[in-house]
Write a protein that binds this ligand. Structure first.
Ligand code: UFG
Length: 320
């Protein structure tokens, strides 16, 4: 039996491929390399370079590798880009993902772990955000993740397929082997570290949010803790448990200014900032209620201090 990892050449995907292999799982990756990097994967990991909407290739992978489980990471992830180019997000995150999930269901692949997002909640009406909080996204990106959760719920009702939708809060940090490398980079922590390294100013998007320092608050989770939850979700599904959705965050938040201040203390470098208007589609505060992951999956994050998360990414930047 093998685990099919779509988007395995991306940031979180590559970390989870490593973790699966350490645990002795057989892994096969499907990635079109439009955003991922071949060198994020070890050379002996089988890679099929194709879109997830290529049903014939998905079917071939399932047959050739006896796939029993799929982790679906592949997709577009930038809130701002989705506001500017919603059609692209609907086509890639929804159109192609539906073809993937239908192909899995048709081939009797029963276990699906789906990369969902805190963006499904939109502007929270209650904090911290529990999984039963209404889904009301404020961006096309969030809409695409919500719709795919609904598709999985419907497929689960009609077929033996079951799914865990993991609602990521803000993945950050790096492992010894893998780091965040988006092009273009839009995420706060890598941009703060780049600003520290280059001495160039970075932008703060929004200083008039209803938060204590006026900047947006997010729940930053270390990528290796995030990855560990995927392995636990596979165990949950292989035990025959039902379709569900689980938040992945540490349960406390940091503002943009706090992240920059922590990056300054980790690097020992003062970061110059430019204050800008809010970025379209960004909620003021997203912090997870993290107890479902603990209770349902048996998950406990290990690297919860923001300084440790940022330091793990900074060590990479310091490598020759
Ligand atoms: N920000 C800045 N300056 C920057 C970059 C970001 O001020 O140069 C701000 C953003 O406006 C936001 C916060 O920092 O308020 C975090 O922004 P990121 O781009 O790092 O992350 P997002 O919260 O926008 O999105 C991330 C993932 C999404 C996921 C979301 C859930 O990219 O996939 O977390 O919280 F849905």
């Amino acid at each position: 039996m093998s685990v099919l990892v779509t988007g395995g050449a991306g940031f979180i995907g590559s970390v989870v491929v490593d973790q699966l292999r350490v645990r002795g799982e057989r892994v096969v990756v499907l990635d079109d390399l439009s955003r991922g990097h071949r060198d994020q994967l070890d050379a002996d990991v089988p890679l099929y370079q194709a879109p997830v909407g290529d049903a014939a290739t998905v079917r071939r992978i399932i047959d050739e590798h006896s796939v029993d489980t799929c982790i679906h990471f592949a997709g577009l992830i930038a809130v701002g880009e989705s506001v500017k180019n919603p059609g692209l997000y609907w086509r890639r995150n929804v159109g192609e993902s539906i073809i993937l999930f239908e192909t899995l269901a048709d081939a009797d692949v029963e276990n699906v772990v789906f990369s969902s997002s805190a963006a499904v909640y939109g502007d929270p009406i209650e904090l911290p955000i529990r999984e039963d909080h209404p889904r009301k996204p404020t961006s096309p990106y969030g809409n695409t993740k919500m719709v795919m959760e609904l598709v999985l719920e419907d497929l689960s009702a009609a077929s033996p397929l079951r799914a865990v939708s993991l609602r990521y809060f803000n993945a950050a940090g790096a492992t010894d082997r893998r780091r965040e490398r988006h092009d273009p980079e839009t995420h706060l922590i890598p941009l703060a570290l780049r600003a520290a390294a280059n001495g160039t100013p970075m932008k703060i998007f929004g200083t008039d949010y209803p938060t204590p320092d006026g900047t947006a608050i997010r729940d930053y989770i270390h990528v290796s803790d995030l990855g560990a939850a995927h392995l636990l979700a596979i165990e949950y599904l292989r035990c025959g448990e039902p379709t569900t959705a689980v938040n992945l965050g540490v349960g406390h938040g940091a503002s943009v200014r706090e992240v920059i201040a922590t990056a300054e203390s980790v690097t020992g470098i003062q970061i110059n900032v430019e204050e800008m208007p809010r970025r379209a589609g960004d909620p003021a505060e997203l912090v997870a209620a993290a107890d479902t992951a603990r209770m349902v999956l048996g998950w406990t994050p290990e690297i919860t201090a923001l300084a440790d998360i940022i330091a793990s990414a900074w060590h990479w930047e310091q490598r020759p």
